[in-house]
Write a protein that binds this ligand. Structure first.
Ligand SMILES: C[S@@+](CC[C@H](N)C(=O)[O-])C[C@H]1O[C@@H](n2cnc3c(N)ncnc32)[C@H](O)[C@@H]1O
Length: 222
């Protein structure tokens, strides 16, 4: 039997072409203006000398394109070969890796920023610490981190409520309370925390901009 992450990957492989073609407005905050401002805010947090960006769960390259346009050295990772193939077609020569975000294989301190839009909710809660630890490891001190999480409780495979855009296509979703999200990000310095109760794509959302602290002691000796 496929596990939750494999079920999700398989669905993304199946829907990749349509997802990229129709781009059913998966905008941060529900609007193009908020999305653009979110990217600008993240770029503004990058350390001046360390502006290399990792786009986690980059999909077909929606945001990767915005970072490349801004002249940023950008690396994308995704678990779906279907999504990556589309990103490669859109951005020939872009640095794209087939990689599970639970097992980031980059050197420590490789990036000035990690961007994780619309993807952390596909990781089972029992594994989210692997992703967060990996992000902390690959960021430089003072490195920027952005993520968004679906607000709510529980987790599971869903084909309808959260997966509104592709009914009948199963994907795994983990929903977080704000308290859980704060606990998950306790090692980061939170720069901005924007929780929105309005239901968009099946849930409320929280948008988070953070920085890896300089104080290495906060990272349990690493
Ligand atoms: C909703 S899409 C978002 C894509 C892109 N970030 C965007 O906002 O347009 C979620 C992406 O996360 C990827 N993904 C899911 N689980 C993953 C994992 N464990 N490792 C890497 N990528 C994963 C999926 O393949 C998919 O491309």
């Amino acid at each position: 039997m496929l596990d939750e992450v494999e079920v999700t990957r398989q669905t993304y492989d199946e829907i990749a072409e349509d997802y990229a073609r129709t781009l059913k407005d998966p905008y941060l905050g529900g609007s193009e203006a908020y999305h653009k401002a979110a990217i600008d805010r993240f770029i503004g947090l990058l350390p001046p000398q360390r502006r290399r960006v990792l786009d986690l769960g980059c999909g077909f390259g929606h945001d990767l394109g915005s970072f490349l346009e801004r002249g940023l050295d950008t690396v994308g990772v995704d678990l779906s070969q279907g999504m990556l193939a589309l990103a490669r077609r859109r951005f020939p020569g872009a640095k794209l890796h087939h990689m599970d975000m639970r097992h980031l294989s980059f050197e420590p301190g490789s990036f000035g920023g990690v961007w994780a839009a619309h993807c952390l909710y596909h990781i089972p809660k029992r594994d989210i610490h692997k992703v967060i630890e990996g992000i902390k490891r690959v960021l430089v001190p003072e490195g920027a981190f952005f993520c968004c999480l679906k607000l709510g409780e529980g987790e599971g495979i869903d084909s309808h409520v959260q997966a509104l855009s592709y009914p009948g296509k199963p994907r795994f979703y983990a929903l977080y309370t704000e308290a859980e999200a704060k606990e998950m990000l306790k090692d980061f310095d939170i720069m901005e925390w924007d929780a929105k109760a309005e239901v968009y794509y099946g849930s409320g959302w929280v948008y988070i901009w953070a920085k890896k602290p300089t104080n290495r002691a906060r990272f349990k000796g690493r």
